[in-house]
Design a binder for this molecule. Structure first.
Ligand code: ADP
Ligand code: MG
Length: 265
């Protein structure tokens, strides 16, 4: 709605996670490298945690974009499934076709697929976002899937992404087997204060504007409000754009940001 007023060709601070808006923050870069290393090493489970809005889903999509084409991926974004639905979703997402859908059939089909893939030099990755929603039983189920191995390598690499409570969940005694199998662990951080301006500049540029007029004092206000969490930065910036549009003001100063924060809180 305000796009024309400012001259954007898309919404610069939307709440969706599009990889073409990806900003390579220090933490995102490290997380990306850690995940790719873990996948390449084929040695166990990769665990990435981060607070709400820090960019976990965005990171999943970015990793998938970056991975080699001979790596087959199953991405489970919202694991609100029963145990057998979860298995079915994983198998389907790998593009494996099975006539019968009992648990045993699904596991067999998956094993067959993984062995075939391995024999041609391929690799397979199961990425589960929002993994804090998995029950202990489901976590155990995916551990068993990722347990399949040759003498040295795992056939299925498992990436668990989730909010910090995922770590607490994994600390339960009954989940010690999965915990012991974690090979790479990374905690995603919000943006540093110095990254906020760069993050915003990139988003504005991607939306078609590299001369948006922002008073430098604004960045501190944005950082203080958001703590560097990208989702909160987007929320505030989108609100400020809307307010500027309503006021017929196409540059940002302290007032417009402070007023936008008042509207949000
Ligand atoms: N590295 C990043 N580069 C660009 N945008 C990001 C980045 N990290 C997060 N975002 C943006 O912040 C918002 C929240 O990110 P999201 O991946 O949904 O977080 P989470 O899954 O951790 O809750 C989305 O709008 C997303 O586009
Ligand atoms: Mg998410």
């Amino acid at each position: 709605m305000y796009q024309q007023f400012y001259g954007f060709n898309k919404i610069p601070f939307s709440s969706t996670s599009e990889p073409h808006f990806f900003f390579d923050s220090a933490s995102h870069r490290e997380a990306c490298a850690a995940i790719k290393y873990g996948i390449g090493q084929r040695k166990g489970i990769i665990l990435v945690t981060g607070e709400v809005g820090t960019g976990k889903t965005t990171l999943c999509k970015k990793v998938i974009e970056d991975l080699d084409k001979n790596v087959k991926i199953s991405l489970i974004l919202n694991p609100f499934f029963t145990d057998s639905q979860l298995l079915q979703a994983i198998v389907e997402d790998f593009g494996i076709h099975t006539e019968k859908k009992t648990k045993l059939d699904l596991v067999k089909a998956l094993n067959h697929f993984l062995i075939q893939l391995h024999s041609t030099g391929g690799n397979a990755v199961l990425i589960i976002d929002e993994a804090q929603h998995l029950s202990a039983r489901q976590l155990e189920q995916v551990r068993l899937l990722s347990n399949l191995e040759t003498s040295e390598e795992k056939l299925l690499q498992l990436v668990l992404m989730g909010q910090p409570e995922l770590t607490e969940k994994l600390n339960q005694y009954k989940l010690r087997q999965i915990r012991q199998r974690i090979f790479v662990k990374y905690q995603l951080s919000p943006l540093a204060e110095t990254e906020v301006e760069k993050y915003m500049t990139l988003r504005l540029k991607n939306a078609g504007k590299d001369d948006f007029d922002i008073k430098s004092a604004c960045y501190k206000i944005i950082y203080e409000f958001s703590g560097g969490v990208p989702r909160l930065i987007n929320m505030l910036c989108d609100r400020a754009l809307l307010m500027g549009y309503a006021r017929g003001q196409n540059r940002w100063d302290e007032n417009i940001l402070k007023d936008s924060i008042k509207e949000i809180l």
